[in-house]
Design a binder for this molecule. Structure first.
Ligand SMILES: [Cu+2]
Length: 170
C-alpha cells in the first residue's frame, strides 16, 4: 500500500466516524425535544341508556359513564337531544326537611382529569322534559354531550326496560 492510498483510506474512515457521531448527536437532540401532547376529544363514554316510558310521558332520564382521558380537567356543561324540548343535567339529593329524594338541575358536572363519573339512577342523570314521544324499549336516540373545554361527543342511547341497568348486568 503506498502512502497516498493509505491517507485516502484514513481520510474516508475519519469521514465515516465523523458522520456517525454527527448522526448520533442529531438523534440525541431529536429525543431531547420535549414531547408535545395534543388534546383530542378523548372521553370514554360507557353504556348510555334510558328507561322506556309510558306512551305519552313528558319526562325521561338517561344514564351513562364518562371517563376523562383528555389529560386535563373538564366538565359536562350541556346536553342536547332531539327527543325532547329540554335536556338538562340533573343531580339527585335528599331533601333535609322531608327526607325524600329530590332532583335539581346543575349547570355543570365536573370531570377531573383521569376520573370516571357515573350518571346512574342514584346520583346524576340527564333529564328530558317535554318529550316529543314516549320512549320504547329497543329504540335508541342520539345524545350530544358538550364539554367545557370545547369538545362535543354524540353517543347513541339505548332504551331499556325500566329498572334494568346495563351497568349491573355484568
Ligand atoms: Cu331529573
Amino acid at each position: 500500500m503506498n502512502k497516498k492510498i493509505f491517507f485516502l483510506i484514513l481520510f474516508l474512515i475519519l469521514i465515516l466516524i465523523g458522520g456517525y457521531y454527527l448522526y448520533k448527536k442529531s438523534k440525541s437532540q431529536e429525543s431531547s425535544i420535549p414531547e408535545i401532547s395534543y388534546i383530542e376529544e378523548n372521553f370514554k363514554i360507557t353504556s348510555p341508556y334510558a328507561f322506556a316510558t309510558i306512551p305519552n310521558a313528558k319526562t325521561a332520564a338517561a344514564f351513562l359513564t364518562i371517563k376523562n382521558l383528555t389529560g386535563q380537567d373538564d366538565a359536562l356543561i350541556e346536553v342536547q337531544s332531539n327527543i325532547a324540548e329540554i335536556a338538562e343535567i340533573h343531580q339527585n339529593y335528599v331533601d333535609s326537611d322531608s327526607g325524600t329524594m329530590m332532583m335539581r338541575k346543575i349547570k355543570k358536572l365536573n370531570l377531573p382529569n383521569g376520573s370516571e363519573t357515573s350518571l346512574d339512577p342514584k346520583k346524576y342523570h340527564i333529564m328530558f322534559i317535554n318529550l316529543k314521544d314516549g320512549l320504547k324499549v329497543g329504540d335508541n336516540f342520539p345524545l350530544t354531550l358538550v364539554f367545557e373545554n370545547g369538545a362535543e361527543k354524540t353517543v347513541t342511547v339505548d332504551i331499556v326496560t325500566p329498572g334494568i341497568t346495563p351497568h349491573s348486568q355484568h
